[in-house]
Design a binder for this molecule. Structure first.
Ligand SMILES: [Zn+2]
Length: 343
């Protein structure tokens, strides 16, 4: 096998492999939109053939009426019946035409959405590559939305493995656990006090007020002024555009100016995909999505209902250890895993 002896040839094969991997990633994400597009496209084809059939029926009826008009043997009743059949056919045609125009609008929208999704997925892939420029082999486990009834269980598991993580906290009814998080050596990040999108993202001042709210709670419980934040929904969220256009773009500049580092993630555990996601699914998600990445920031939730996240945690930690990751908590200087801004 002389081919494999040349370094250039091996590099060439590797590049081809990377290209195929990227393309299949993009097509996988675009698949859903593509399916919608195909469905509506088929519906439109069906509608067009229905329309043609309706027009044919109308033509036939018109011909018959013309014949009947000159045929003295046909009674007025027969002619009237034929007229009413024609009216019904015309009404059906009008309905089909309306359906046709709304299907055409829908397909245009889907075309635009499909294109947008393809572009976003390409951008996302590019971002993942950027994350690969972070220091290699580090895993940042992050828990959002706590403290909760699960916080102490999570802390016990982390202690058992002697690893540190990061908690992006909100103003829950369990803030009495904040000192434990800090005392056991983990990082506390600010995730806003209310986590209510309509309040947090109403405008810049509302956001700053909400961050101050949680910052004050953390400070009063732990004496720590945290300078690391995570935006509710991440910096790439689109929901905020319902309340304030461009707020994420503004905040992503403003918060660093105010001395905060913000963090997104590049591995989603999927524990928020449903009320209760099986522990095994959460662990498999994390381990599969961590594959091929130099450093990872894993998004999980510390929420009373997320009991399976706690169950999945040992499997996640052991799996990631086997993959060669070491665990660290985030600091203001850590790599941000920033996603693309969508608002
Ligand atoms: Zn959250």
């Amino acid at each position: 096998m002389k081919f494999f002896k040349s370094k250039t040839n091996i590099l060439f094969l590797f590049i081809i492999f990377l290209l195929v991997a990227c393309l299949s990633g993009v097509s996988y994400f675009a698949y859903d939109k593509y399916n919608d597009y195909v469905d509506v496209s088929n519906e439109l084809d069906e509608n067009i053939s229905d329309l043609e059939a309706a027009q044919e029926k109308i033509n036939g009826l018109n011909e018959k009426i013309a014949e009947y008009d000159v045929d003295v043997t046909k009674s007025a009743q027969e002619k009237a019946e034929l007229k009413s059949q024609l009216d019904a056919a015309l009404a059906e045609k009008a309905r089909l035409e309306q359906e046709n125009s709304s299907l055409k609008t829908e397909i245009e929208q889907l075309k635009i959405e499909k294109r947008r999704n393809e572009l976003q997925d390409a951008i996302r892939l590019n971002k993942v590559n950027q994350a690969d420029t972070a220091e290699s082999g580090i895993c940042y486990l992050t828990f959002d939305d706590g403290p909760s009834n699960n916080t102490l269980k999570i802390l016990d598991i982390l202690d058992a493995y002697n690893i540190k993580a990061t908690f992006f906290v909100v103003g829950t009814a369990k803030t009495q656990y904040l000192p434990q998080i800090a005392n056991r050596g983990h990082a506390i990040g600010l995730h806003t006090k209310t986590h209510k999108y309509e309040m947090v993202y109403k405008d810049i001042n509302s956001y700053l007020e909400d961050i101050k709210g949680i910052s004050d709670i953390v400070y009063s419980k732990t004496g720590i002024r945290s300078n690391i934040i995570r935006f509710p929904g991440g910096s790439s969220n689109k929901i905020s555009s319902n309340y304030c256009k461009g707020i994420m773009t503004d905040l992503s500049k403003r918060m660093p100016e105010l001395g905060y580092s913000y963090f997104d993630w590049n591995v989603v555990s999927g524990d928020a995909d449903a009320a209760v996601v099986p522990a095994n699914t959460i662990a498999t998600n994390v381990l599969n999505r961590a594959k091929g990445k130099k450093s990872i920031c894993v998004l999980m939730h510390d929420n009373g209902g997320k009991t399976t996240t706690v169950e999945a945690l040992p499997q996640i930690i052991e799996g990631l250890k086997k993959m060669g990751y070491r665990f660290e908590k985030l600091t203001a200087e850590s790599f941000g895993f920033h996603q693309n801004l969508n608002n």
